[in-house]
Design a binder for this molecule. Structure first.
Ligand code: PEP
Length: 250
């Protein structure tokens, strides 16, 4: 059976103390989640958040990026080994903001995916189309190409550790959510593509998250769709009550 996952992506928000307060508030205020909850915290918060999550059964830690090279003269960058050494379980890769503002393309993302897996962490691999592609009704082909180009070199064993996050760019941070039918259409298409490449068992057990203005009000409906296995949450993951409500919708 595939895992339900709700992952928060804080992006460049929250000071160190604000971040720790947020995690504490989420941990204190709820029942045990029905799936995994992942905190995608900024690099400098990771070690301290890992301490807060020690002994927690259903909570995990994610970094929001890592460099594609193992080590070396890359001033200001963070390596996969560094992330492992502070307790990261997941790394968010290929977020549309990284693709857009930092020019991360498919080949670089394939390298990052390999490194993250090699170091024993799990990628949360983001894909999703811009508005123009959606309007030209080529969104399924567009997302399929993103997945093929960065993930389909993986063998079945490695691919089984990947979490996919479908995030239509026109829905990220815009307040405009994909409808549950639009999300389901894409998630089902992704799962069909995975079945073609890796077989039905792998496709069935891959968690495919929806991201894009998912919030406390619409999470339940989105998560009720058969191929939506949870969410990657930006803005609403910064507010403990909202994030908790989304966790409870899993
Ligand atoms: C995101 O950036 O991954 C995201 C889904 O953001 P938001 O929830 O704010 O749309």
């Amino acid at each position: 059976m595939r895992q339900k996952i709700v992952a928060g992506n804080w992006k460049m928000n929250k000071t160190f103390q604000e971040g720790l307060d947020l995690v504490s508030a989420v941990l204190e205020n709820g029942e045990e989640p029905r799936g995994l909850v992942v905190f995608g915290a900024p690099y400098v918060h990771l070690q301290a958040v890992a301490q807060l999550l020690k002994g927690q059964k259903n909570y995990r830690l994610a970094a929001q990026n890592c460099h594609q090279e193992e080590k070396g003269a890359y001033t200001g960058e963070i390596s996969a080994d560094m992330l492992v050494s502070v307790g990261a379980d997941f790394v968010i890769l290929g977020h549309s903001e990284r693709r857009q503002y930092f020019e991360e393309g498919s080949a670089m993302l394939a390298q990052k995916t390999d490194l993250v897996l090699q170091k024993g962490m799990r990628p949360i691999f983001c894909c999703g189309e811009p508005l123009g592609i959606r309007e030209s009704n080529t969104h399924v082909q567009y997302v399929a190409a993103q997945l093929k180009e960065s993930l389909f070199h993986l063998n079945e064993f490695d691919f089984a550790k990947v979490v996919i996050a479908y995030e239509p760019i026109w829905a990220i941070g815009t307040g405009r959510t994909a409808s549950s039918d639009q999300a389901q259409e894409m998630h089902a298409a992704i799962r069909a593509l995975l079945a073609e490449k890796y077989g039905a068992a792998v496709a069935d057990s891959t968690s495919i998250l929806y991201g894009g203005s998912c919030n406390a009000q619409n999470a339940q409906e989105l998560f009720s769709m058969p191929d939506v296995d949870g969410g990657l949450i930006g803005g609403a993951s910064l507010k403990p009550d909202d994030f908790r409500a989304i966790i409870n919708a899993m």
